[in-house]
Design a protein around this ligand. Sequence first.
Ligand code: HEC
Length: 149
Amino acid sequence: MAEQHSSKSIMWAIIIVAAVLIAILFPLTNKSFESAANNNAGADEAELRIQPVARFQLAKVEVAEAGGAPKDGPTVYNSVCGACHNTGAAGAPKIDAKGDWTARLGAGNAALYAAVINGKGAMPPKGGAAKLSEDEVKGAVDYILSKVK
Ligand code: HEC
């Protein structure tokens, strides 16, 4: 009798534990079904979940760039110089207006490089991107010259 009683209470204990587990786990599985059913929400959720990792990777890339390969002329132009030279902002000679350049070209490439490296008028030294190497600046000037000559 006593043996039967204890095995009965073990059975009840197992049933109760199983019920509690199901009560805890079912909402979780249900949630993942929901996000799987709605593909867009699922993608957003996935993006949110990987975001810190993606940020970390970006930071790593930036560090690599700072000490890494030099940027080529078009890249430097588009990220730094275009802000003024695409639109003529601050009175900058425009990249698509050859007339803006005719007088300046006469000074020769060396003078143009020096003007950008040291700054000239409203243009800050290196176009405001102090991190650029002189070769990167020259590459950007060469890119402009290839468009305006
Ligand atoms: C903040 C706006 C601005 C940015 C950014 C800028 N420039 Fe300029 N740039 C100017 C202005 C304004 C002038 C005209 C300066 C003058 O003649 O007084 C100029 C002039 C020049 C000239 C002609 C210099 C001369 O001696 O006549 C070159 C070449 C040039 N920029 C290249 C660049 C390059 C390459 C970059 C990117 C690394 C750059 N600029 C970024 C505003 C800018």
